[in-house]
Design a protein around this ligand. Structure first.
Ligand SMILES: Nc1nc2c(ncn2[C@@H]2O[C@H](COP(=O)(O)OP(=O)(O)OP(=O)(O)O)[C@@H](O)[C@H]2O)c(=O)[nH]1
Length: 461
């Protein structure tokens, strides 16, 4: 790893010293960019539809970007090695090693976008499978965007590893809402965990009651790889799954050994724009032995999971018992179809809770004795997701990272795409089940109060 003031070594295809991670065979010529059987390239048109909710770059398709996070030794490099060497059919740009620091990511982006810098367009190593590897330290968003724009033949996907980042929230927020993203669009956040050690890592106490990094990584992820299956028992894996779902019920879970899984399981998530991404939480088994039987956890159906000791009613009565520590909890709040007034109230509630960390006073009852305190402290929210339906037919996707949130109305064509899908076998149209409105809060101190207050607030007139 480079020191902060060390000039990074430029990498290109002719470099005599490729990164240790990648053993590229010099005699291999880059394959043509064709999808391998049963594995299709990203649906660019769909990504464009999803991306229009946040920004529009005319007719050009956006290049999806995945952020990779996870604790030390979880298996991130193992996953990247697989991506960089396997014949998967994607042309992927991988940016490794210490992307950014939570405090001055923008400054780094600006520094690297300096036109006098020669680093951005010459930092890629072309690999035989069509991937591009970049091992620069502290690469800014603008630099990645420029690098992708200049990559010969274009890039299908960008993967950025967040190594050693204590708090991924601010960086995720930067990738999500940054003018310099240009033709890139954040697709989702993938977290790799070491199934053998994750419970211990999640329990580690930090000074001054700080939430530890492992919890933040799980809280902010859209997909999680419960890796190192070969090192845990069925019971241990079940407990791990139970625990990570208690932190983040919206996770899509994959069970993996050596981080191996079909890339389609972590790509095309559209986690920041597609309401169905919130609706489909499930567990997939991407390993080739029957180490663990299918375990569809019931947490996803519960409103609140706010206690690691599982004192609430739960279908897994033999669930794990862990010490009760100061950690991240979650609330899943089902919503009916809202009127315009209720939608406005919801927006106000979110502004108060997410921006100011305070519950708003009930607007309709300021003169009654039932009025809650106007400025009582709200939980610290790390991640917000939601799907909101209005009674006039409008639909919104709610996304929030740390103290930033947005409500984006779904374009009509997105609704149509979701409303009916072609059953290729029978050739007829199948209606997908209607999505239920819901809001999910993940953060410190989230409990039943946030649900009670939200439902009361949106009903105020
Ligand atoms: N037994 C076992 N070992 C694994 C598995 N996946 C990865 N490893 C090993 O675990 C160690 C750490 O894996 P890495 O991929 O380097 O982990 P990382 O998350 O990149 O670690 P840092 O770079 O320290 O953040 C390596 O020795 C891997 O070979 C697995 O599924 N089972």
């Amino acid at each position: 790893m480079l020191d902060d003031d060390e000039v990074p070594q430029l990498l290109d295809a002719s470099s005599s010293s490729p990164p240790a991670l990648v053993q590229a065979d010099e005699n291999d010529s880059p394959p043509e960019l064709i999808a391998s059987a049963g594995f299709s390239l990203p649906d660019r048109s769909s990504d464009k539809v999803a991306a229009t909710a946040t920004r529009d770059v005319g007719d050009r398709p956006k290049v999806p970007l995945t952020l990779l996070t996870g604790y030390l030794g979880a298996g991130k490099s193992t996953l990247l090695e697989y991506i960089l060497t396997a014949q998967h059919g994607y042309k992927i740009a991988v940016c490794m090693n210490d992307f950014g620091d939570t405090t001055d990511i923008e400054a780094k982006a600006l520094t690297l976008s300096d036109p006098s810098s020669s680093t951005t367009s010459t930092s890629m190593l072309s690999l035989p499978n069509g991937c591009l590897c970049c091992s620069f330290k502290d690469m800014g968003i603008a630099a990645i965007e420029e690098m992708v724009a200049n990559a010969p033949g274009g890039v299908d996907w960008v993967m950025v590893e967040l190594t050693g980042v204590a708090d991924p929230g601010p960086i995720i927020r930067s990738f999500w809402a940054n003018e310099e993203m240009g033709d890139l669009v954040l697709d989702g956040v993938v977290c790799v965990v070491d199934s053998r050690n994750i419970l211990k890592q999640l329990s580690e106490v930090r000074p001054k009651g700080e939430i530890n990094e492992a919890q933040k990584q799980v809280a902010c992820a859209d997909v999680i790889l419960l890796n190192k299956l070969d090192l845990v028992t069925t019971e241990q894996l079940r407990d791990v799954e139970h625990r990570v779902r208690s932190i983040n019920p919206t996770l899509r879970i994959h069970h993996t050994t050596r981080s191996r899984m079909p890339l389609e399981g972590m790509f095309n998530l559209r986690a920041f724009s597609d309401p169905t991404a919130l609706a489909s939480t499930s567990t997939n088994h991407d390993h080739d032995h029957d180490h663990v039987h299918q375990h569809q956890h019931q947490h996803q159906h519960e409103d609140i999971c706010d206690d690691p000791t599982h004192s609430h009613s739960h279908s897994d009565s033999d669930g794990p018992t862990e010490p009760h520590y100061n950690g991240i909890t979650t609330a899943l709040i089902p919503l009916p179809r809202l009127s315009s007034t209720q939608y406005t109230n919801l927006n106000e509630f979110l502004e108060s809770v997410i921006w100011a960390e305070k519950y708003p006073a009930n607007p309709s009852s300021t003169s009654t004795t039932e009025t809650p305190p106007a400025t009582s402290k709200a939980p610290e929210i790390l991640r917000t997701k939601g799907y909101i339906r209005l009674d006039d037919g409008r639909e919104y996707v709610l996304q929030g990272v740390a103290d930033l949130f947005e409500l984006c109305e779904l374009p009509t064509d997105t609704k149509a795409r979701r409303g009916a899908k072609v059953n290729a076998g029978a050739g007829d149209l199948q209606k997908e089940p209607e999505l239920e409105g819901k809001v999910v809060f993940i953060g410190r101190g989230v409990d039943h109060e946030i649900k009670d207050r939200l439902l009361k607030y949106i009903d105020a007139t």
